[in-house]
Design a protein around this ligand. Structure first.
Ligand code: ZN
Length: 203
């Protein structure tokens, strides 16, 4: 399969305007369940391109539509080559080089998880500075639509598997702080409250 962006964003008629702003914890949009995307319109392509730019600018590895103020079933992921944490990806059961598929565009993703879990550290662009330990499925199977409007499936593990689960949670109004153990939540509560306070003060 070709890079998912090659056909979708091969032509750009408009210059990139960085109009998107990443919203922080406390904004009610982060709790909204995204609406399904029935058709990949030019507006969706433009939004995807802007989200990828925004994610790169913020040095994130994933960004969900809710984080830029849109309640849509849409997220982007880009695992950089030089990141130390390992990732794996499979297509039809065969392991592939995930970097051939970055950046990933997930439209209307559906996932199933292995029962086996793995705990590792996680951050979120909507929670600046907060890093917590989160338990996630060890491996995830994903079915989603690409920018050509085609449905496809892949499996992921490691950092990529974790990023997929984190972003799909966003699309359902779920935040990584909801996934913490009681002990981990207690440890992080002060920082979480401070972030919420900042966001309320900022309006
Ligand atoms: Zn996030």
């Amino acid at each position: 399969m070709e890079n998912l962006l090659s056909t979708g964003l091969g032509f750009r008629y408009f210059p990139v305007f960085m109009v998107l702003k990443i919203v922080n914890y406390g904004d009610p949009i982060l709790r909204k369940v995204g609406r399904s995307i029935t058709k990949v319109t030019p507006e969706i392509r433009e939004l995807v391109a802007d989200m990828i730019d925004k994610m790169h600018e913020a040095h994130g590895i994933g960004l969900a539509a809710q984080q830029v103020g849109r309640d849509l079933q849409l997220a982007v992921i880009d695992i950089p080559k030089d990141i130390e944490r390992p990732s794996r990806m499979w297509l039809e059961g065969k392991e592939v080089d995930l970097h051939d598929y970055m950046p990933l565009v997930l439209i209307n993703p559906q996932i199933t998880l292995t029962k086996k879990k793995e705990t590792d550290s996680e951050g979120c662009l909507s929670f600046p500075g907060l890093t917590v330990e989160v338990s996630r499925g060890y491996r995830v199977s994903v079915t989603c639509m690409n920018l050509e409007g085609k449905t496809w499936s892949f499996d992921a593990a490691g950092l990529l598997g974790r990023a997929v689960q984190h972003e799909v949670d966003h699309l359902n109004g779920i935040l990584f702080i909801d996934r913490l153990t009681k002990a981990e939540r207690a440890l992080a509560q002060g920082e979480i409250d401070a972030l919420r306070g900042q966001s309320v003060t900022a309006g």
